[in-house]
Design a protein around this ligand. Structure first.
Ligand SMILES: NC(=O)CC[C@H](N)C(=O)O
Length: 223
């Protein structure tokens, strides 16, 4: 399985994602610059965390105009998986690939800590490796992780089982403890916690590997 990892100016988790795929999952990955206009030949696209364009204006607000974005939208429209992590989640909401937005944490501080989470939906291409209602721990590291959406959007997220991860102790003020959501089609996931920073127990947790294993299992079933 071949993963593209998009790198924007200011991304800082692109190499971690590359490591998670190549060394953790033992699959292929390539770092693709934000200037690229093609994503042909990839089976999944990963949008990494970091501070794209210095988080100016709003997190993800400038990245949505990057030259790679039309190719990313076209890739998402094919139904293949797109995973945005942290700043990647912020970029996907700004680009309109996911509903809602990420606001400043309610305590107005950057929060960096291991975070207990619940897998709220394990019937997805991103979470099928986890047991139903699994409790896992992944690191968070963000200043703007406070997920917001209006009441109608929240109702439709719930009705379509689009809420994929929730916080056990809501560190940032997110609506309904939301830590990760997917689109209605189920092939675009955005999450604030960092699975790529939890792929080996030697470094504290390997819970994150489940996300990448799920993608691989889905891919293996469909080829
Ligand atoms: N780790 C990250 O991706 C940081 C996310 C983002 N720039 C924030 O501080 O909210």
């Amino acid at each position: 399985m071949k993963f593209a990892v998009i790198s924007f100016p200011g991304s800082n988790c692109d190499e971690d994602l590359y490591y998670a795929i190549v060394d953790g999952l033992k699959e292929e990955a390539e770092i693709i610059p934000h200037t690229s206009t093609r994503l042909d030949g990839f089976d999944a696209v990963l949008v990494p965390g970091g501070f794209s364009y210095g988080d100016y204006l709003r997190t993800g607000a400038i990245a949505k105009f990057a030259p790679v974005m039309p190719a990313l939208k076209a890739f998402a429209a094919t139904g293949k998986p797109v995973l945005g992590i942290c700043n990647g989640f912020q970029i996907l909401t700004e680009a309109g690939l996911l509903p809602g937005s990420l606001q400043h944490n309610t305590n107005m501080q950057f929060i960096c800590e291991p975070e207990p989470l619940r897998v709220a939906n394990h019937n997805t291409m991103f979470t099928n490796d986890f047991a139903a209602d699994a409790h896992i721990t992944l690191p968070i590291a963000h200043g703007e992780g406070n997920y917001y959406c209006d009441a109608d959007t929240l109702a439709s997220l719930k009705a379509n089982n689009q809420i994929v991860f929730t916080y056990s102790d809501n560190p940032n003020g997110s609506v309904d403890d939301i830590a990760g959501i997917m689109n209605e089609q189920g092939n675009v996931l955005g999450m604030m916690p960092h699975p790529e920073r939890a792929v080996e127990s030697l470094l504290g947790s390997s819970d994150g590997l489940g996300v990448f294993r799920s993608l691989l299992a889905t891919f293996t079933r469909t080829v």
